[in-house]
Design a protein around this ligand. Structure first.
Ligand SMILES: O=C(O)CCC(=O)C(=O)O
Ligand SMILES: [Fe+2]
Length: 115
């Protein structure tokens, strides 16, 4: 299904389970060894809605060289988010804690690894 929707093939799925709003993931770029940089990364969200934040790599920290505003996306149940290349090279992403989110969220990310 994800392959049909996006026109790409994936051979790796990472599943994250966030028990409640305390569980979170800090700013990062996806950096699996041998991740195919030409393939989109597809994220499917199930359960509790949470915010997903994208921060431009040059607009982070004390020595930032640009002032590009972060992008906040509310990932609701059943949503599909595509990070097309080169998004993951340029932007960092995170799922911050959220006090008002009591429920469980499951996230699946489909990726392509060069084998
Ligand atoms: O849960 C999410 O929406 C993001 C997960 C993520 O960034 C990751 O597993 O690398
Ligand atoms: Fe990630």
């Amino acid at each position: 299904m994800v392959g049909c929707l996006t026109g790409h093939h994936y051979n790796f799925v990472l599943i994250n389970r966030y028990r409640n709003g305390k569980d979170h993931i800090g700013e990062h770029r996806d950096a699996e060894k041998d991740l195919d940089r030409n393939s989109p990364i597809v994220s499917i969200s199930l359960g509790q809605q949470r915010n997903f934040i994208l921060k431009h790599g040059e607009s982070r920290g004390k020595n930032k060289s640009k002032s590009i505003r972060p992008v906040k996306l509310a990932l609701e149940h059943g949503s599909i988010l595509l990070m097309n290349p080169p998004t993951n090279e340029i932007w960092y992403h995170s799922l911050p804690p959220c006090k008002t989110a009591p429920g469980v969220r499951i996230n699946l990310t489909f990726r392509k690894i060069i084998v």
